[in-house]
Design a protein around this ligand. Structure first.
Ligand SMILES: [Fe+2]
Length: 429
């Protein structure tokens, strides 16, 4: 698919262009008007002097110290393929930039400022389900899965082998990228209700209820995609023993903010230390292996905001917290805020409860989704394996697949924001 063979929506077709002293003004066929500063355009030059086509990066010859702050254009026009063609003058003479029109539209200031809202959800969520065999074999289903993770933060793969093993799990994780190092002899963990040693090492291996939480709170980077592959669930009870729970942390934060703005403000500041101390690993039956020993500590922000004050990440886990850190006169307020937030996290109205069945793989975004499970009764046998992928690895695969959908050249796809890629993927009429 090339730009010339693709029929584009009017929003991606240039109607007219004109140059002013400092800008290029583009009027699009949907009636929108965009202004691009000459300096910004000059910096984005993809001529042979400025851009390395083999490495897809800026050439060191495109020296920011050398570019004028007010570069001048000599000729600005629409070329025969509908793209913006600029010949530069003055000190910038010799540079000739042909801007992909769709790329320009996706970089219009107004488009850049748009926030692509995620789908927030509560207990009524119908968790998106994808087909395991298709995810393993087709990019189409792989994208549907990753896009569901982007939109909802949670998705289930169905139809994984009932007699599967680690290779059945890595068959899907390999579609995204490498597993995250788990500071263990293995990067895939095993939750087996019959393993007595494991229960002494990690609280979530015990049979008691696991309240909603995010993993890896004491680590600097806990933005992870987590996968949980159920291989066995046998229960002699009619209850919901060992059922899984997920909570949309972004939705909970939104509702919490609306009801308790002051508490919310408090929890958006670093104040809750988390820790993890472990001197042995399950695989060696209690013997210490220095290599995998851990003593972690991190001052956490429960509701972490980005530069635009949108929620970026939830870091919440009861059993890894250390006593809170706040000035003496704020301690009561901080605990009150934490307690109020915990009530939201535990609210059944926000909790999706379900049985993770054999042959299903639960996947979720650990930066957004709190996960847990009901107590496992004595009549339940449950065997689950799981692992993590760094969120940036997952995002990267999602971006590559989005880029392919756009049909843009690799040169113009390089450096596009997620917003821009989402827009470009839908540019065809
Ligand atoms: Fe967990």
């Amino acid at each position: 698919m090339t730009t010339s063979s693709l029929q584009l929506k009017p929003a991606f077709q240039i109607k007219s262009v004109s140059a002013t002293e400092k800008d290029v003004n583009v009027i699009w066929k949907d009636g929108h008007n965009s202004f691009y500063h000459n300096l910004w355009l000059r910096d984005a030059c993809r001529c042979e002097q400025c851009w390395q086509y083999d490495t897809l990066s800026v050439d060191y010859g495109n020296d920011p110290l050398e570019i004028e702050l007010n570069p001048k254009t000599e000729r600005v026009q629409i070329d025969e393929r509908g793209n913006l063609d600029v010949i530069w003058s003055g000190k910038e003479q010799g540079h000739h930039t042909n801007f992909d029109a769709s790329w320009l539209r996706a970089h219009c200031q107004e488009e850049q400022d748009k926030v692509h809202e995620r789908q927030l959800w509560d207990a009524s969520l119908d968790i998106p389900k994808l087909d395991y065999p298709k995810v393993v074999t087709t990019d189409e289903e792989l994208f549907k899965w990753l896009d569901a993770l982007y939109q909802y933060g949670v998705a289930i793969l169905e139809g994984a082998p009932l007699d599967g093993d680690e290779t059945s799990l890595t068959a899907v994780t390999d579609r995204i990228g490498i597993l995250r190092d788990r500071h263990h002899p293995t990067n895939i963990y095993t939750l087996d209700t019959t393993d007595e040693v494991a229960k002494t090492i990690q609280s979530s291996y015990k049979l008691t209820r696991v309240p909603p939480h995010t993993d890896y709170t004491p680590y600097a980077d806990s933005t992870l995609t987590q996968l949980l592959y159920c291989l066995k669930y046998e229960s002699e009870s009619n209850g919901k023993d060992g059922y899984s729970t997920v909570v949309d942390g972004f939705n909970v934060a939104k509702q919490f903010k609306a009801q308790y703005p002051e508490h919310y403000k408090m929890l958006t500041k670093p104040s809750v230390p988390t820790c993890r101390r472990r001197l042995r690993v399950e695989e060696v039956g209690g013997a210490a292996i220095t290599k995998y020993q851990l003593d972690m500590h991190r001052l956490n922000t429960i509701i972490d905001l980005d530069e635009k004050e949108n929620v970026r990440q939830i870091r919440y886990k009861h059993n890894t917290r250390a006593p809170f850190q706040a000035p003496h006169d704020q301690i009561e307020d901080l605990y009150a805020a934490y307690k109020a937030f915990t009530q939201f996290v535990e609210d059944r109205a926000y909790t999706k409860e379900f049985l993770l069945e054999p042959g299903q793989i639960l996947s979720f975004d650990n930066a957004r989704i709190l996960h847990g499970r009901n107590e496992i009764g004595s009549f339940v046998k449950r065997f689950v394996i799981g692992g993590y992928i760094k969120a940036e690895t997952t995002r990267s695969r999602w971006r590559i697949l989005l880029g392919k959908q756009s049909g843009l050249s690799e040169t113009w796809l390089t450096g596009c924001s997620d917003n821009a890629l989402q827009l470009l993927a839908k540019r065809a009429a």
